[in-house]
Ligand binder design. Sequence first.
Ligand SMILES: Cc1cc2nc3c(=O)[nH]c(=O)nc-3n(C[C@H](O)[C@H](O)[C@H](O)COP(=O)(O)OP(=O)(O)OC[C@H]3O[C@@H](n4cnc5c(N)ncnc54)[C@H](O)[C@@H]3O)c2cc1C
Length: 594
Amino acid sequence: MGSIAPNTEPTAQSEMMYPAPLEANRDAGLSSTTNGDSAIDIETPILVVGGGPVGMLQSLMLARLHNIKSVLIEREPSTTTFPKMEYTNGRSMEIYRMMGLAKDFRAMANQYVPDSASFTELNVTSLVDSANGGPKAKMIHPWIRPSVEDMRAESRKVNDGSKYLEPHTRCHQIPVEAWLKRKIEELPDLIEGHWGYKFVGLEERDDDVVAEVITDGGRTVRIKAQYVIGTDGGGSFVRKSVGLESKRNYLDMTVAFVHIQSKALREAMNKFPPFWHINVLGGGLAVSQNEDDLFTLHLVLPPGGDATHMTPNELVDATIGGCNGPQPMAIDKGRVFLAGDSAHQLSPIGGHGLNSGLADAFDLAWKLGAVMKGWAGEGLLTTYDTDRRAIAHKNMDTVHFALANWAGKVWLEPIGKYGLELLAADTPEGEDARRGAAEGMAPAGWIHNQNGNMLGYQYLDKGTVIVEQEEGERPISDLDIYLPTTYPGSRLPHVWTKEGTSTLDLLKGDSFTLIDCSAEAAAGKVFEEAAKEVGVPLQIVRLHGEDNVRKIYEREVILVRPDMHVSWRAGEGVDAGDVTAENARNILKKVACL
Ligand SMILES: Cc1cc2nc3c(=O)[nH]c(=O)nc-3n(C[C@H](O)[C@H](O)[C@H](O)COP(=O)(O)OP(=O)(O)OC[C@H]3O[C@@H](n4cnc5c(N)ncnc54)[C@H](O)[C@@H]3O)c2cc1C
């Protein structure tokens, strides 16, 4: 294995500063300059370039949550044939739920992996027994993890704000992308999808952007949009066309991903209990994609390794992974954005790639929606870069730490300490070695148990978040343990009300929500009036008498953004009735960047 990141735990999310949006230094403008609008073939409020999962989700969010039209272009004739991601985390599922798609998504995923299947990970000496009486495959250590059904039951039982509203889901990217495309085709009035359209350049003007596209029939098409979102993956041409070089990060490891369907492999692995991932000492793992005979193998290649010799009959596809970015996400004059892998391509470890791309799209969707509908200032759009790039850096740090920590503890240290032969031996010494190796690797189990990271990330840009009245320290979740809090910038914790409704289901994706737990609802009334004056959409949710919610929410009055993150809350010990009309107007203006 080549050099990987230092084995030091990433620091807590800090208040990082990033450079201002870049000035363009294009190497890909239009083939000829635009002359007025005469050469425009398609006009649209938003052009989404790249119909991978993030691009499709971007268009769906704009349509379903904000009723905003977009044109989506994808260079390939259809969706992916390579499985890539298979872990949709609980936070992403909450976002699907707000879009009204969680049930549908899960029904699709259940065709591959039922809700009763666990997220258990096994660590083994090899996937299968050696031939000709050689060493048998041995289990070193299991990380037993619950199924969707278990997580649901746990969430109903433990109502302390620390749980996901929606459990994670297992399903690989081939059916996920095909399903997303079907969802797009259900909304022809809001999403104009063009597969077989390749983006080749753009010109950003003061009031719009003109993009040039070559169709698979060789025709040139010009599309004029108010905004362009580059969701065209790690090799993003939108990114290149605005002069951003892809900086390869310090991951220097080559991994081949092989998608394989094999009854023989299934039978050979039946000696192990059911698993989601099975990690093999020395470097490699297999992902069970359907609880039966469909697997994706991740094979770490030696330095300079070449995957081209891997052509077994059952091989479906193979690719090589890498790590890029993070890049600035709002560029130049503020009309071009990047989301997903085009801005930050992560190693698959820990499953952050698509999950963080989905969160980019969600953040950008409400901000674009608010600015385009005229109730927020343009400044809101610049907070997309600062908010999401900070999270991209945090994820990149986590992934690098994970690679060093996990790969060291699981793939390398046991073999270095005991040797593979001893670890696989059917002797008392072999058993001792396996016990020792199990103890050594046990702490690396956090890799797919990052609830703190996935639910506890906070948006720190002061543009939409007000912390001036906060006196205490900002509570920070560990990577694995999520600390429920309503500190501004944090995701509102999910709590079941007495009637059994989740507080997250009371929020709306296209407006702010004021949660008022007071008896008099005085703050609610003041804010309602102020919102009308300022022109910011706001719904009031009264939760008086919900003592458990009130306790977990720490404050009597909380203002929540359309993306479920807290913008502001009343000071500690401040009565809801103390909020003045002027306070309320100023708060709403600030969080909408007016
Ligand atoms: C083995 C593996 C396992 C993974 N596991 C997970 C996981 O468990 N969880 C997770 O969250 N993530 C995971 N990931 C990462 C995840 O797959 C990516 O983060 C995700 O695909 C990124 O989506 P995207 O839409 O940003 O980019 P892409 O999926 O790369 O899509 C970009 C799209 O843009 C199109 N395009 C490119 N150029 C142009 C152009 N010029 N014009 C028009 N279209 C263009 C491409 O054809 C493509 O369809 C994994 C990745 C791998 C490789």
